[in-house]
Design a binder for this molecule. Structure first.
Ligand code: BMA
Length: 330
């Protein structure tokens, strides 16, 4: 089944890429590192805290040997200091690697959700940590699921997450959507429901997935998701010989009381790959992968994203502009 090709895409004018981009790359890391991207970011104890994906190997040989999670701290969310050692690695029977951390603070406790590739498929995991040294894994989904993002507070007494299963018997191949589930204790999850499908996003023809843990605004929960379009005619587009996808970012608004209800969606991309560090010289070019979002008291929203699966970047927007983009859902 072939999907219509999506033409050129542009970022919304409300987005400003930070002049210091990339804000984190492998050269800032004091241990083995080749690609640094897809970072979870939150404010905690007066600091900005970042958990980032660190793929180590050889940049020159374009070879990845493994992945761990690094920790970086910052006073302003722009200049980061990477801590001396990776803070999380996981090895074991059947585990291939762990990756793509998201960070959520709920009732002053720090939760990292992440993906784990195993010999039996991809699993989504949630861990809790007091000190970013020891992590206790609270839950792991059955395959295939990933891109778990938690809401920063309980709603109707339940913890809530967005997630992206990979349904093999969906509408043809690779039609992956965003789902929502809830839990009384962060360990047992259920009441799962489709939140929004690929068909609802005009700039996707392949799949969508959760991106940033939603932030609370007076109009609803604002969240940024990733959106993928495939063009079979795209040639070699990064290290990978057959990379034919483009990752953009979209923005939507969920109801404050009933987050299972999408109440707003911007029908165009919030961000499309266009800066040099997003479109060239990377592991996979044409990738903007949103993973963290912070709402400052001034109304500025800091959006952290992986660029070209190679570096961590920052973009900013005003919260009111983001809300205005989210037109009423019909
Ligand atoms: C997804 C994940 C992400 C990655 C993205 C773009 O499937 O593997 O880690 O950033 O693809 O390559």
């Amino acid at each position: 089944m072939s999907e219509p090709i999506i033409g050129s895409l542009e970022s919304s004018p409300v987005i400003t890429r930070h002049p210091q981009n990339p804000v984190l790359s492998s050269k800032d890391v004091p241990y083995r590192s080749a690609l640094v991207f897809n970072a979870g970011v939150a404010k905690h104890d007066g600091k900005y805290v970042m958990l980032f994906r660190n793929d180590y190997g050889s940049l020159r040989a374009q070879r990845i040997d493994g992945t761990n999670i690094g920790l970086a701290l910052s006073d302003d969310g722009i200049s980061w200091e990477v801590q001396p050692k990776p803070c999380f690695t996981l090895q074991g029977e059947g585990i291939i690697h762990i990756y793509d951390p998201h960070l959520t603070i709920i009732e002053d406790r720090c939760y990292m959700s992440f993906a784990m590739d195993t010999f039996h498929g991809a699993r989504g995991c949630i861990a809790v940590t007091e000190d970013f040294e020891d992590f206790e894994i609270l839950t792991m989904t059955v395959p295939d699921n990933r891109n778990l993002v938690l809401f920063h507070e309980r709603l109707n007494d339940m913890f809530v997450r967005l997630e992206r299963p990979f349904p093999a018997y969906s509408r043809g191949k690779d039609r992956f959507d965003i789902w929502i589930s809830e839990s009384p204790d962060l360990r047992h999850w259920g009441n799962s429901q489709l939140l929004i499908g690929v068909e609802d996003v005009p700039f996707a023809n392949n799949k969508i997935g959760p991106g940033t843990p939603p932030i609370k605004t007076h109009k609803g929960w604002l969240t940024i998701f990733h959106s993928v379009d495939l063009d079979p005619n795209r040639g070699k587009n990064g290290w990978e010989e057959t990379w034919k996808k483009r990752y953009s970012a979209g923005v939507m608004l969920l109801d404050l009381e009933e987050p299972r209800k999408v109440i707003g969606l911007h029908k165009e991309p919030l961000m499309a790959p266009e800066a040099p560090y997003e479109v060239e010289g990377g592991y996979r070019n044409n990738v903007v992968f949103p993973t963290g979002m912070i709402l400052e008291e001034s109304g500025e929203v800091k959006i952290y994203y992986g660029a070209a699966d190679t570096v961590v970047c920052l973009a900013t927007a005003h919260v009111d502009d983001l809300l205005n983009l989210c037109t009423i859902w019909s």
